[in-house]
Design a protein around this ligand. Structure first.
Ligand code: URA
Ligand code: SF4
Length: 213
């Protein structure tokens, strides 16, 4: 049997999400937000749940937090946003932007796991507590404060592939707590240094970010 391409699998998952009624969020969403980006991405960013603008447009991270995330990707990492993959733990907007419940996360998380297994990224970046909690729990790691798991590199296995995992604060947190913006910037600098190191290892030549774009 010829195995399906990442693009085909991601398209299938997105159409399942469009029909999904596994939790109550389908009733209040305008548009589900499966995720977007490069199916062959080396880096996957995982947020929490769509907000107002994401729900209207059906695209992840397009509001204020999204603009900050895009800026970090394009100015600190120097990678065009379409070359990475961006998604969320929960694919439909929780009403009034409340946090997703445990039950909603549990209902939705298999879509995220399947997306990661299709893309097989080298690095995943968890944006905020819910994303970090879900991904790190697969490696048996629990934490109390998100600040205690940032600036570290974890390894988590998805579909027989070990993937590096970095945790940072949610970009929305950097917007409503301005002193936290430094955390986001420092974490993106760490990410960039990892990308450069990985580039050196696999090429044995001058570091470039080409392989990540
Ligand atoms: N916040 C998130 O966690 N995800 C989005 O897509 C937008 C804002
Ligand atoms: Fe389905 Fe996830 Fe939307 Fe709930 S949030 S309806 S589980 S796609």
């Amino acid at each position: 049997m010829i195995s399906k391409s990442a693009t085909e699998v991601l398209t299938e998952i997105a159409s399942e999400i469009r029909e999904c009624k596994k939790c109550r969020l389908w009733k209040t969403r305008k548009n589900p937000v499966p995720g977007e980006g490069n199916p062959e991405a080396k880096i996957v960013f995982i947020g929490e749940a769509p907000g107002y603008h994401e729900d209207v447009q059906g695209r992840p991270f397009v509001g204020a937090a999204g603009q900050l995330l895009t800026k970090m990707i394009e100015s600190v990492l120097e990678i065009p946003r379409p070359q990475v993959y961006i998604t969320n733990v929960v694919k439909c907007r929780p009403p009034n932007n409340r946090e997703p419940t445990e039950e909603e996360i549990k209902s939705c998380s298999s879509y995220l796991v399947r997306q990661i297994e299709a893309i097989r990224p080298d690095i995943m970046v968890c944006l905020g507590r819910h994303s970090a909690k879900l991904i790190l729990s697969r490696a048996g790691i629990n934490f109390r404060s998100i600040l205690s798991v940032r600036q570290k590199v974890f390894e988590v296995e998805f579909g027989n592939k070990k993937t590096k995992v970095l945790v940072t604060i949610h970009p929305a947190a950097a917007l409503y707590k301005p002193p936290w913006r430094r955390f986001l910037e420092d974490d993106f600098r760490l990410l960039k240094s990892i990308l450069i190191k990985e580039g050196e290892k696999s090429r044995g030549t001058t570091p470039t970010l080409d392989q990540f774009v």
